[in-house]
Design a protein around this ligand. Structure first.
Ligand code: IVH
Length: 650
């Protein structure tokens, strides 16, 4: 590789990463990226004097810091005033109008994470500083460089502070907590703590492993010349930063209110947690005119969403035994309404957690629920104790089958493979959506079938007979027929569903898909080494899989014979059709679950993604299509209905 080629390769890698992390719209495969990355690394080893500052190899340092130095922000980082209802919003607007009534507004989500100040000089990322007290914070540049949504270099060459929020998306939050629990570490209470904790790691490798996302919301010191904040932000995004999922301009209080209501309604569908909407005066020259109070700028306000945290009382703690035998304590709480849903239970994770937080039956606690985040207890209000609270002992015997439990510290497990809870839960899992998707085979019915002695393992499902079912309470001919048909329909399921349904420890949906794709119907006979070559597979996963197949070879073979799972079609095999190779986005309510339609389109060779961009070929919409539809129209993307899609496929 020549120096010129090296420079081009670095630029190309940065472009790939920008499309992948910032735009959510990959333009290269992981293999292509990795191969080019290796070449760049190789060149840099031979020519260390040529290493470019924005080379992706410069993101993860291996130096573990012994502490963080303090650093001053170039200009103060303020706080935001909060308002909680329409009246308070009106009061804020009236205060603004008193100073200047000729203003408009710009609304963006209020992200719930940790604020961060980035200093760029001559186009180069020089420093990342936490908010601290607003005047000075901690210098965490090494960690900041590991965040893939923060460009190491930008096209703006003047000195500029770019400010924003570092967040952890909800799925990533659950993944990190699962990992922490497995290692016996306390889980993070909420994505905000997880983001802040991940930023302040002395080892940048830990920060790098957390998949943090940076969302810019403003600037500090700068010499840009824009008249509107909305334009200034558009320019900042264009420098290589991630756009928030939603933003809008508003003329007056009514428009702000309707944008707020829409955002509040849609917040669960955003990948990250929001705790409100920030309303900002859009005209930049008015900002100085409006000025600051001692704490807040007068030209913006946080219009908060109703709290997702509430106080309640723990009535009881019950023990659940999952399909892997792990005993999970679950708090039964006095029902509280949080964001329109009534919460009656919250996971307590494990017994170490109960001891660490000293959670007792009868305690008043703070409970948190948001979107896909499972309700959890974030704090015990110890001041409210009366002395009547009861501690929970670590159980010694399985609450379901009575056999002795294995106490591994963080995890307590029932070892009895025939334990009713394990069997019932593994059948429920087998039939669940992400597995064989057998409709009608939920918790209650599985328990009923088990108790009646009709189903003791998943194999038994396939020999159920009409006359057996008709003897059960609540089963009439129609219900029985539907269930038998649903079970029958699971024959011929995709192979990855079949593998996933086996419930092998550490092997989830993604791993099952990888195995199905690589080995097809030879999935039972793969060696540990072969598995470890697959992307995302570590030793623990490979071992768990191989061991499971060794022990259960016969059962799996029998199941396979009955179910006849369908190995994946090679992608090239999709025959010519109007969707092959096309980028498609689905939105709105359709006649079938969107996931099913997605899979069908993928089998025709379409690439289905979640967000609309200029590159989208078709937006397929159902009822009540919202912002994606509007965006497609504004970008000139072709929009078609579900029916039109079916006609095109016919
Ligand atoms: S504007 C004046 N815009 O909320 C300082 N802040 O509660 C506020 N935040 O410290 C900057 N999303 O870390 C602004 N769209 C947004 C925001 C946002 C989240 C954070 C920010 C600030 C905190 C104040």
């Amino acid at each position: 590789m020549t120096y010129e080629e090296y420079k081009k390769s670095v630029a190309l890698l940065n472009k790939y990463a920008y499309h992948y992390y910032v735009l959510d719209d990959p333009i290269a495969t992981d293999e292509e990226y990795d191969a080019l990355y290796k070449k760049v690394e190789e060149y840099e080893k031979q020519h260390p004097e040529h290493i470019l500052k924005d080379s992706p190899t410069q993101r993860v340092g291996d130096k573990v810091a012994d502490g963080f130095k303090k650093a001053k922000h170039l200009s103060r980082m303020w706080s935001l005033e909060d308002v909680f209802n329409h009246e308070e919003l009106l009061e804020w607007i009236n205060r603004v109008y008193k100073i200047d009534s000729d203003v408009t507004f710009y609304c963006e989500p209020k992200f719930d994470g940790a604020s961060l100040n980035l200093i760029y000089e001559e186009g180069e990322l020089k420093m990342g500083i936490t908010r601290g007290d607003g005047i000075e914070g901690e210098e965490i540049t090494q960690n900041v460089k590991t965040i893939r949504t923060i460009p190491l270099s930008i096209a703006e060459k003047s000195l500029i502070e770019i400010r924003g929020e570092v967040v952890i998306e909800k799925e990533e939050f659950e993944r990190i907590n699962q990992e922490r629990l497995k290692k016996g570490e306390p889980p993070f209470a909420n994505p905000r703590n997880a983001a802040a904790g991940s930023l302040r790691q002395l080892d940048p490798k830990v920060t790098a492993s957390r998949n943090l996302v940076f969302l810019p919301y403003g600037v500090g010191v700068h010499s840009l010349n824009f008249s509107l904040l909305s334009e200034l932000m558009e320019y900042i995004y264009s420098l290589g930063f991630k756009r928030p999922p939603f933003r809008a301009k508003a003329k007056d209080a009514d428009e702000i209110e309707s944008i707020y209501q829409k955002m509040k309604q849609e917040r669960e569908s955003y990948p990250m947690m929001l705790d409100g909407m920030v309303v900002k005066v859009n005209e930049l020259q008015k900002h100085e005119e409006l000025g600051y109070t001692v704490k807040y700028p007068r030209f913006m306000v946080a219009y908060k969403f109703p709290a997702v945290e509430k106080v309640t009382r723990i009535k009881d703690i019950v023990l659940q035994v999952g399909r892997t035998g792990v005993v999970t304590p679950v708090a039964v709480v006095e029902p509280v309404e949080i964001e329109g849903a009534v919460v009656e239970r919250a996971t307590l994770h494990n017994f170490d957690e109960i001891e660490r937080k000293d959670i007792r039956i009868g305690d008043y606690v703070i409970i948190l629920r948001s979107g896909d985040v499972i309700p959890k207890i974030t704090k015990v209000l110890k001041d409210r104790r009366t002395g009547a609270e009861k501690k929970l002992e670590r159980p010694k015997y399985c609450p379901v089958c009575g056999s002795e439990l294995l106490d591994e510290g963080a995890l307590i497990k029932c070892q009895n493979l025939a334990c009713e809870a394990r069997v019932v839960n593994s059948i429920i899992y087998f039939a669940s959506k992400q597995c064989l998707n057998i409709e009608g085979l939920g918790e209650k019915i599985v328990e009923q079938l088990y108790k009646a002695g009709l189903v003791k393992s998943v194999l038994d499902l396939y020999s159920l007979r009409m006359e057996d079912l008709l003897l059960l309470e609540g089963f009439k001919e129609k219900k029985a027929r539907n269930l038998l048909q649903a079970i029958e329909a699971s024959k011929g399921s995709e192979l990855w569903r079949f593998i996933n349904a086996l419930g092998i420890e550490h092997i989830g949906e993604v791993a099952s898909k990888t195995i199905a794709e690589h080995f097809g119907l030879k999935y039972k006979d793969v060696a540990k080494e072969e598995l470890m070559e697959l992307e995302g597979f570590g030793e623990e996963m490979a071992e768990s899989y191989v061991e499971f197949m060794r022990v259960n070879y016969e059962t799996v073979s029998k199941l396979e014979e009955i179910i006849q799972p369908r190995p994946p079609q090679k992608k090239e095999e999709a025959s010519e059709n109007l969707f092959k190779g096309k980028r498609v986005v689905l939105t709105g309510t359709m006649s079938r679950p969107r996931n099913e339609i997605k899979e069908m389109l993928e089998s025709y060779g379409a690439k289905v993604s979640s967000s609309v961009s200029k590159k989208t070929d078709y937006l397929i919409y159902g009822e009540d299509a919202g912002s994606k539809y509007d965006k497609a129209v504004s970008l000139g993307v072709k929009t078609i209905t579900e029916e039109e899609m079916m006609e095109m496929l016919a």
